[in-house]
Ligand binder design. Structure first.
Ligand code: PHE
Length: 335
């Protein structure tokens, strides 16, 4: 009997040594320690032995059972640890995987930069709705009913009296309705016009500016806009004010800067004029003051509106406005 016990022990231990994974160990545990296993068979045999040898044989069989239980347990643990280690093995020869990092859209960056330039000069930032009443977008801004800008060609109508705002100028009216002078605000936001080519998208962004107080003069407009241009472009960038027309400003001026591509010598971008138009501006029309209940005899002010895409294109030498909205990460990732 002792030899039989010894034999089962040898078989079990050498089989265990050969076991390469947890499944093999589990199978062996069944084979040796299971209810119908070899060790159980030994124990049953013991009970049929003559009574003189029974206690010793029983003891040996029980010792074997304990020994094998802990050997199987240890083997299982060892294999589990080894498996976990291989699973986490790092192949240092593999090329690294780059994490795609998010960042602000170039237009968001440029718009922030524009706003910061004005905030440094004491302006605060206001916002308003993109779906706008005809009253704020046109009527209160002194657009005559038959003005071409109201035409279906430029304006997206939501209903007869509601439009997608075609500019941020409604914020002039909305701000003045809510506050008394002095007013010093900028209003960044999306605007919509039915227009699409390499310099126009149906949605684009503007930053509106409005200053109203007693004694505000055209020279204040010139000074603020020159300071702005010199923060966004080179500090020696030339500016010129060209007479223009807007229903809500009088006099009105468009502002050109010396072409940033050719330094004013004339190129394709500036149409060989040496100048680039960057914004519309003017002194607030008395009719607008009347519409918001400001006394035009007491207050004067200036307003301006600039296109964020246009500034960004000039700043970075981008020739097609649609690049901003194509979501090509290779383009957007450069900023
Ligand atoms: N709202 C005008 C436009 O979109 C720009 C502008 C703003 C002009 C303020 C004068 C004053 O073209």
């Amino acid at each position: 009997m002792k030899d039989r016990i010894q034999e089962v022990r040898q078989n079990a231990l050498s089989a265990l040594e050969e076991a390469r994974d947890e499944k093999a160990v589990a199978d062996l545990a069944v084979r040796f320690l299971g209810r119908k296993g070899e060790v159980s068979a030994l124990l049953r045999e013991v009970s049929s032995l003559p009574v003189e040898v029974r206690p010793e044989a029983g003891q040996l069989a029980n010792i074997l059972k304990k020994e094998l239980s802990s050997a199987f347990e240890a083997a299982e643990k060892r294999l589990a640890e080894a498996a976990a280690e291989t699973a986490g093995t790092l192949d240092v020869t593999l090329p690294g995987r780059r994490l795609a990092q998010g960042r602000f859209h170039p237009l968001t960056q440029v718009c922030d930069e524009i706003c910061r330039a004005f905030v440094r000069m004491g302006f605060s930032v206001v916002e308003g709705p993109e779906v706008e009443a005809d009253y704020y977008n046109f009527e209160a801004l002194n657009f005559p009913p038959e003005h071409p800008a109201r035409d279906m060609q430029d304006t997206f109508f939501v209903s007869e009296k509601v439009v997608l705002r075609t500019h941020t100028s409604p914020l002039q009216v909305r701000t003045m309705e809510k506050t008394r002078p002095p007013v010093r605000v900028i209003a960044p936001g999306k605007v919509y016009r039915c227009d699409s080519d390499i310099t126009h998208t149906p949605m684009f962004q503007q930053v509106e500016g409005l200053v109203v107080d007693e004694g505000i003069r055209f020279s204040d407009l010139k000074g603020v806009l020159a300071a702005f241009v010199h923060q966004i472009f080179a500090p020696d960038t030339p500016l010129r004010f060209r007479p223009s027309f807007f229903p809500f400003t009088e006099p009105s001026a468009e502002v050109d800067i010396g072409c940033v591509m050719c330094d004013g010598s004339g190129c394709r971008v500036c149409g060989h004029t040496g100048w680039l138009e960057i914004l519309g501006s003017g002194m607030v029309h008395p009719a607008v003051f009347e519409n918001v209940g400001y006394d035009p005899e007491k207050y004067t002010g200036f307003a301006f509106g600039l296109g964020v895409e246009r500034i960004a294109m000039l700043k970075y030498g981008i020739d097609d406005i649609r690049r901003f909205y194509e979501n090509d990460a290779r383009f957007l990732g450069q900023f």
